[in-house]
Design a protein around this ligand. Structure first.
Ligand code: ADP
Ligand code: MG
Length: 451
């Protein structure tokens, strides 16, 4: 068997053992680059995939390889450009196979029937390590509506592409299945106001019917229905009716179901029964790719140095990335070419506007809110574990985001010694690199601080 066939056989075996979105995300684009002296070299499209595969799938890959070729003793995982190209091509093909929706900038009218905005399509959605799983799950839902992942629950921070991906699922389904499948997109606020109006006007039956008649119900930002009793109740029944009839439900939220504190238990467990995928923060390369895609869509160009500058300065929010890009393009449309220095000025201006209202009180308040603790707990001297970590995070954020001195941070948080603060900041800086859930928590808090 040659190496190519060998690897095909390995992948075919792995596909049976690993869930579909995981397989598509992590292994489909891998390659067997070479086998030398008992070592197989496996190429993966990026560092993230390499680490992931190495940590999660090494055992089963080695086992499968050895079952086909006993001479193989070990595997070296490497990042290979070929795999990246292969991935790009395949993803593109996959989508082209599904539909021929094209990004076009003539006119984007929201369809009153479905509430979908045709601007949001898969073709303009850049895929990278931070959203691969959510993307693969979306593809699976489009191919296999109502059967594969139900509900599909996508969560992630503000401005990271949840609405784009949800709407794209709706648009693709509409495009592919035409009128055979009825899609409806709503924000949870809209759902809420419908229910309230239904009760007030005694037309609850109409509202019920409106939602229960769709084949695909997409609800954006579900975190807002938590705690609204009547709405949750109504949503629960709608959910069950749709679910029992194999209708597809797609939901987004800014956090996973278990972290929506006001959500009723029965809804939470329904959500957890489906597929949950997160969208994280895009890395530098992906931010560059997003900027380039946006430029391409508008047939515009921008100096590479400036593209890199935007991508390195704006890290947490794709909406902000787009906003800054548009501001620069606007500036460029007046002159001929924008200088790096001028670009830097504009970027700094833009980020300053966003950051001007931040003070230590707000930081402490947002940390307390996030962990659902009274603010005074962060300041007093309790040493319980569930309070120590939030307090350390507050110290870290005061240092990182506001550049406060260690003694003044100690002062703000219950007259603590500056060495305590240094210890806390060092600890969080170190842990954030290794602990993805800590990193996510801190990013979510930052988002609240800046929103
Ligand atoms: P969210 O709903 O998570 O707050 P949005 O879906 O509204 O975020 O995304 C914010 C903006 O960023 C939108 O204009 C969207 O098109 C763009 N965007 C987000 N993710 C991507 C991506 N992966 N590729 C291209 N554009 C993206
Ligand atoms: Mg949104």
């Amino acid at each position: 068997m040659n190496q190519k066939d060998l690897w095909q056989t390995v992948l075919a075996e792995l596909e049976l053992q690993i869930s579909k979105p995981n397989f598509v995300t992590w292994l489909k684009h891998s390659q067997l680059m070479d086998i030398k002296e008992g070592t197989a070299m496996v190429g993966l499209p990026n560092n993230f995939a390499k680490e992931w595969v190495e940590n999660k799938y090494h055992k089963i890959i080695l086992g499968t390889l050895r079952s086909l070729d006993v001479n193989i003793k070990q595997i070296d995982y490497i990042v290979s450009f070929d795999s990246l190209v292969k991935q790009g091509r395949q993803v593109k093909k996959q989508i082209e196979g599904l539909s021929n929706a094209q990004p076009s900038f003539q006119e984007f009218k929201v369809d009153p029937e479905t509430n979908l905005n045709p601007r949001y399509i898969l073709n303009s959605f850049v895929v990278g390590p931070s959203n691969e799983l959510a993307y693969a799950a979306a593809l699976a839902v489009i191919k296999d509506v109502g059967r594969k992942y139900n509900p599909l629950f996508i969560y992630g921070g503000v401005g990271l592409g949840k609405t784009h991906l949800l709407q794209a699922i709706g648009n693709e389904i509409k495009q592919i299945y035409k009128n055979k499948i009825k899609v409806k997109y709503v924000t949870s606020e809209k759902f809420l106001s419908d229910v309230v109006a239904g009760i007030r006007n005694k037309r609850m039956e109409d509202i019920k019917e409106k939602y229960r008649l769709c084949d695909v119900l997409i609800i954006d930002d579900i975190q807002f229905i938590g705690g609204k009793e009547k709405t949750e109740e109504e949503f629960f029944h709608t959910f069950n009716t749709l679910y029992e009839n194999n209708k597809q439900i797609v939901i987004s939220s800014d956090r996973p179901p278990r972290s929506i504190p006001t959500l009723e238990e029965r809804l939470r467990s329904r959500f957890e029964g489906g597929m949950i995928a997160d969208i994280g923060y895009p890395g530098f390369e992906m931010r560059v790719a997003i900027i380039k895609t946006k430029l391409q869509e508008q047939s515009l160009t921008l100096n590479d140095d400036i593209v890199n500058l935007i991508a390195s300065k704006i890290q947490r929010n794709i909406r902000e990335l787009e906003g800054t890009l548009n501001r620069l393009l606007f500036e460029q449309s007046g002159r001929n070419e924008i200088t790096i220095k001028r670009a830097e000025e504009i970027i700094n201006q833009n980020t300053k506007i966003i950051h001007k209202n931040i003070n230590p009180k707000r930081v402490i308040q947002m940390v307390a809110e996030f962990f659902e603790l009274p603010e005074k707990n962060l300041i007093d001297h309790c040493r319980k574990k569930e309070i120590v970590l939030p307090r350390q995070i507050a110290m870290y954020l005061l240092r990182e985001e506001l550049n406060f001195s260690y003694p003044s941070i100690g002062e703000k948080l219950g007259s603590r010694d500056h060495t305590t603060v240094i210890h806390a900041c060092n600890k969080i800086s170190k842990n954030i690199l290794e602990d993805r859930s800590l990193e996510n928590k801190i990013n979510l808090i930052k988002e609240r601080i800046y929103s």
